[in-house]
Design a protein around this ligand. Structure first.
Ligand SMILES: *[C@@H]1O[C@H](CO)[C@@H](O)[C@H](O)[C@H]1NC(C)=O
Ligand SMILES: *[C@@H]1O[C@H](CO)[C@@H](O)[C@H](O)[C@H]1NC(C)=O
Ligand SMILES: *[C@@H]1O[C@H](CO)[C@@H](O)[C@H](O)[C@H]1NC(C)=O
Length: 624
């Protein structure tokens, strides 16, 4: 009896409040228990850190639900307005029409949009709210008095509203994506070591002719990105066909701010493929047209440059000392001779022969080279001794250094920096299309800015071969893990004369191009593949199996000392021989001139004959 009385009182109070329309003090109970309401909000808006609350007209009827939301939602919310950055939406209403009007106010229905619809009324099974096509790729939950629905995830086709019997079912399937065998259109190209397929057949897809890759052998299923893709496809449970991009170019080219022509990027931009891979790099220009997954690796762009060739120089004999040392020795020689010469002039006890400067110089050179033992000169013993010691030290240093140098091969300087690249006058090229220079090189660098001028667009592999044969050609490629891969195919035997340049020209992230609604599942897979080391494992495995000896060899320098001893040729000793020839010629000339002066008018030949004749006579006389 008392219970009934209390009930009547509560009813009375409630109705009087409703009449007063005092919504703030409303004590009306919500038809959703608080615990369940918290669950609904958590499951429906799992990622948004902000919520737009939309309702049509006044909030009279739905005020209770709104207050419930306010008490459980931990982040900021916006009333009756929506801003682009905020991806969560709560639509409140009492009829389908009210909700529809609110829905029209959402600026864009994207894969990251999260919508919770709370209907303070019954929703029938044939309600217009349950029309999937009005929600784009957004994630939607509907809660009403007569039932709850969850729109199937946007990666499944066709999307349907599933009627649920428990609030737990509202949870979106983000942890365990399952595409249930949906067929995906993939676009890719032959690009070792990322992909290795190259055999296509014609097939009709969605009524359009397409070039589809077929896999005759396991070798064609190989490739780092192909292996990663196969794992993603298996885990997300989708089927696929891989086709070639339309048009000739691999990645296509940007036409203007809204049009991208052909290639992998063009196919993605025109929505003709769900995913594309095959050496696609996260480049700003491409990012404006397509979405990229998390990158799976960072690679270096680098040139192969010609190896330094062995050289021999005419001046090899001067190599042990730097120019400064040679200057110092020459000036010391000159000063010491000058000193001896001057001293001999003023000091009467000093040997008279030093009064001739030339004689002093020659004597000093002789002493320096330890080829003449000095006659003891009372007044200059110490000076000469020191001179001889210094000479001995310098000559020993010279000889040992010379021996080491002449016995090993001398090489040209290595090309390791952009400056040396430009100085060596190297050119480079690529088949198909020029790379995006602005993305590849730091064009603010004075030397890198000249690289585009050195570029040749090539038509086929034969042209690369021709450039390599002509010399002064650099090969562009990338470093993955510890292996080099050229951008274009280069025959193995041609790689022998190339080495890796020291300085890399750029760094890039390798990623898959994907449609936005695939971002979440693919990114999750990508992070898992990276975290677990599967990416690295496949990378090493593919590189180990598919890279040739010559691709590894470019990392090895061949211009160091290899332990072998060279047989000396003529060139490195040429300076020495030349000195000998010059000295001999001068001596011969001087001798001739002296003879000429002594003989006066008679010819030198006759004088020589007469000397010879006298010598024979004397020899005959002296015979026993
Ligand atoms: C993958 O999808 C197919 C087709 O719907 C389904 O039969 C299969 O059970 C799914 N596999 C897994 C592991 O969910
Ligand atoms: C394409 O595959 C064929 C065999 O199917 C092979 O002979 C050919 O060398 C491949 N082309 C390239 C560019 O690898
Ligand atoms: C780009 O080119 C296309 C085709 O010529 C044209 O329709 C479009 O308006 C252009 N866009 C811009 C931003 O210039």
């Amino acid at each position: 009896m008392a219970d009934l009385l209390l009930y009547a009182l509560v009813l009375l109070a409630a109705s009087s409040l409703a009449v007063k329309n005092d919504i703030l003090d409303s004590a009306t109970e919500s038809w959703i228990p608080d615990d369940d309401f918290a669950k609904i909000v958590r499951f429906s808006l799992p990622f948004s850190k902000c919520c737009n609350i939309l309702f049509d007209g006044s909030m009279e009827d739905t005020e209770v639900l709104f207050r419930q939301f306010r008490s459980v939602y931990p982040y900021e919310y916006l009333l009756k307005q929506s801003i682009y950055d905020c991806n969560g939406y709560l639509l409140l209403g009492s009829s389908d029409e009210e909700i529809k009007k609110s829905l029209d106010k959402i600026p864009s229905l994207l894969w990251k949009t999260e919508i919770l619809i709370l209907v303070n009324n019954n929703v029938t099974n044939n309600s217009s709210l349950l029309d999937c096509s009005s929600y784009g790729t957004a994630n939607v939950n509907i809660v009403s008095m007569s039932g709850i629905w969850r729109l199937s995830e946007n990666y499944l086709k066709p999307r349907i509203f599933n009627k649920l019997d428990r609030y737990d079912g509202l949870k979106h399937e983000y942890d365990n994506f399952n595409f249930r065998g949906r067929e995906m259109q993939i676009c890719s190209v032959f690009r070792p070591p990322f992909t290795f397929f190259n055999h296509t057949i014609n097939k009709v897809i969605n009524g359009v002719q397409a070039n589809v890759f077929v896999f005759d052998t396991d070798l064609q299923r190989d490739g780092i990105e192909m292996q990663l893709f196969l794992i993603i496809a298996e885990k997300l449970n989708f089927t696929w066909t891989i086709r070639k991009p339309e048009g000739k170019s691999l990645y296509g080219t940007r036409f203007n701010a809204t049009v991208w022509n052909g290639g992998l990027i063009g196919m993605m931009h025109e929505n003709k493929a769900n995913m594309a891979f095959g050496g696609i790099w996260l480049i700003h220009e491409q990012h404006e047209f397509v979405h990229f997954s998390e990158p799976w690796y960072q690679l270096l762009v680098i040139f192969l440059v010609p190896r330094p060739r062995p050289t021999t120089s005419f001046w090899a004999l001067t190599k042990p000392f730097s120019g400064k040392v040679w200057y110092l020795i020459a000036s010391l020689l000159f000063l010491q001779s000058l000193y001896m010469y001057v001293r001999a002039q003023i000091d009467s006890k000093f040997p008279k022969r030093f009064r001739n400067f030339l004689v002093s110089l020659i004597d000093l050179i002789g002493t320096f080279l330890s080829t003449s033992v000095p006659q003891t000169t009372t007044n200059n013993k110490l000076g000469i001794l020191l001179w001889q010691t210094a000479g001995w030290l310098i000559i020993s240093a010279y000889c040992s250094s010379l021996a080491a140098r002449l016995a090993t091969l001398e090489y040209e300087n290595r090309i390791d920096t952009m400056e040396q690249f430009i100085a060596a006058n190297l050119t480079w090229g690529r088949i198909d299309q020029p790379p995006p220079f602005r993305d590849y090189f730091d064009l603010t660098d004075a030397y890198a800015a000249q690289l585009p001028n050195r570029f040749h667009l090539l038509n086929n592999v034969e042209e690369i071969n021709k450039h390599i044969m002509d010399g002064n050609y650099a090969i562009l490629g990338k470093i993955l893990d510890d292996c080099f891969f050229p951008d274009d195919y280069v025959p193995n035997d041609k790689l022998k004369n190339f080495r890796l340049m020291g300085q890399s020209v750029g760094r890039f992230y390798a990623a898959f191009a994907i449609q936005p609604w695939l971002l979440m599942p693919v990114n999750r897979m990508m992070l898992l593949l990276k975290q677990t080391g599967i990416v690295n494992w496949h990378m090493r495995n593919v590189i180990r199996r598919r890279s040739s000896y010559n691709l590894r060899d470019v990392l090895v320098e061949h211009d160091g000392y290899d332990g072998s001893v060279q047989i000396l040729g003529l060139t490195p000793l040429a300076a020495g021989f030349s000195l000998l020839v010059v000295g001999l010629s001068i001596a011969g000339l001087v001798f001739y001139l002296e003879l000429k002066r002594a003989t006066g008018s008679t010819s030198v030949y006759r004088v020589l004959r007469s000397i010879a004749g006298k010598r024979i006579e004397r020899d005959l006389k002296n015979r026993p």
